[in-house]
Design a protein around this ligand. Sequence first.
Ligand code: GLC
Length: 703
Amino acid sequence: MNQENEARINHLLGQMTVDEKIGQLNQYFPRKSLNAGLLRQGLAGSVINASGALSGQGYSGSGNAEGCNHLQQLALEARLKIPLIFGRDVIHGYRTVFPIPLGQAAAFNPELAGQAAAVAAREASADGIKWTFAPMIDIARDPRWGRVAEGSGEDPFLGAQMAAALVRGFQGEELSAQDKLVACAKHFVGYGASEGGRDYDQGEISEPTLRDVYLPPYQAAVQAGVGTLMAAFIDLNGIPATANRHLLTDVLRGEYGFDGFVVSDWDSVKELVNHGIAEDEAHASLLALRAGVEMDMVSGVYLKTLAGSLRDGKISLEEIDEAVRRILRIKLRAGLFERPFTDITRAAREQLTPESRQLARKFARESMVLLKNDSDLLPLSGFGTVLIAGNFVHAGAELYGTWTADGRPEDVTPLDEALRQVAPPDVRLRFAESPDLALSFAQYADAVVLVLGEHPLRSGENANVSDLGLPPGQAELVAAMAALGKPLVLVVFAGRPLAIPRQVAQADAVLYAWHPGIEGAAALGEILFGLEAPSGRLPITFPRATGQVPVYYNQKNSGRPLSVDGEFRTRYVDLPTAPLFPFGYGLTYTRFRYDHLRLSAETLRGQLEISADLTNTGTRPGRELAQLYIRDLVGSLTRPVRELKDYQYVTLDPGETRRVRFKINEEQLAFTRADGTRGVEPGQFQVWIAPDSASGLPGEFRL
Ligand code: GLC
């Protein structure tokens, strides 16, 4: 903790009136409640969407910095000149839009995600923003949920790595630098377990599962120095996350040592009344503030009720001061007192640079996952005429995905044009968006690439689906096209795993592109025509059917697992039990073989090395993601059948063999035990070095 800053905070608190203190606890939405008077009286702590297309302040496009400077000027006319902090959802890019976070996770490259977050921070801060409501780090096991697009998938190990990398990317080493953003880990906690995959709903998570699955990314974010968190909408185990003192204070601050502040999610303080946990808005404000929500995002109930509650002795000035202290601490760390204004010349120089586009293209390439490639159809070669058809054939801004308010349609090269630019000169491309035209043109094509999938509006907030199949009409096109018997590639654009077993069977090759961002179409072309090879792996399990959800790799074994003979086993009568594709799965343009697993000892004392030979048995160079899984065979609580503990990409030339080495230590085997404590339990462990969570070379060791 910076003692100089703390002294400055104490000095300010000593000068602030009660109204000024309560004003700091409020974030305003410009078109809803903000006015110059509030600002000049020092009654505003933050403004959301003061810049960008939503500002409504007459500043759009590159004028965002002017818009924020204008509001900041008004705030600094107040008695104590406490600067505003400008917040916005900068989730996976600003002007340079990167793949959606679920696609970023598929690259299994947290360092690259951190680089992309740093670009987003540079671009957004040039427009006056200093606080992003990202990273979204909710573990998600239900693809019906629209927000699965915004997170890093189902695994706590990968999720924690991505959380830390994104926080460091947004915040940098020096948060007060002008090109950095205060990050906001969200939505604390367990929002991915919202029942039915429905936003704003309820969820039940046991304490052990909360601690071993949903909390690790948040602990990683706090350890990475995240400045803020956002409380979730979810009614978790009967206590809405916005009013959950055990989680927001005992765990987050008491155990993790978090010293920043928590903001509500939109009206979530006010909504405690709807949840039926608060009698009225004054009660809602007391519950939220006491739980540990320092700032009220746009609901206005803190402003409306806290002064009265203070007068009535329902809350103490010390409790209000502690909330103000945390907000001022982050504003000081962010350098806002020293640099409240934005250099308005930065945007033109620092946004959408060639380098950031190249990074976006690299990320898009690494995010795409090859799910099927029969007869090595991909990369396409030797086909004179290739038909590109489907609802994404002219896609432009649709490639951005959800939460991209500042990505501009004019900045993205439409898919057909991008493919023309990348395709080899001897390939004749034809394009058709309508199914009829596509089926007609296909007669004259040597190969067909269907580019289908979800419009971005089908993912993100409040975009939940009850059916994980392709959007209406698309399955029919795949079937009709497959019936023509031409070599058929299916490229799927989506913000979630889709249950597409029939379409996978009908196509010769399937490439999952998520929503790949501003350079996604060019990246797709590079992969389709072999300029680059796909290397992404699934960060989330793909179900065979909606009815199979929830299905995820790190499940428990049950008393009647399929691995044990017998008729009465955990399964469906109308569906194979295995998912369509397992966590960690992905192909590339060559093949790999794993051999000779070795452990440095039979018993783990301190550390153990696990290694195996990896050979490229194909004809092309390739990148393989070797994954390390363990299984704790017996525990005081039942244990997952697999847990990812490490991974590494290995690039090998054809015929090349390399020994892949992992190290594992005792701490990595710790879990929340039956008595509620975290630690290890002696016993037998299985271990795999594997290409995905459903296969690999097995080994055993004891602890
Ligand atoms: C929404 C989202 C949250 C977002 C906030 C501000 O309700 O749940 O993720 O950051 O509002 O836009």
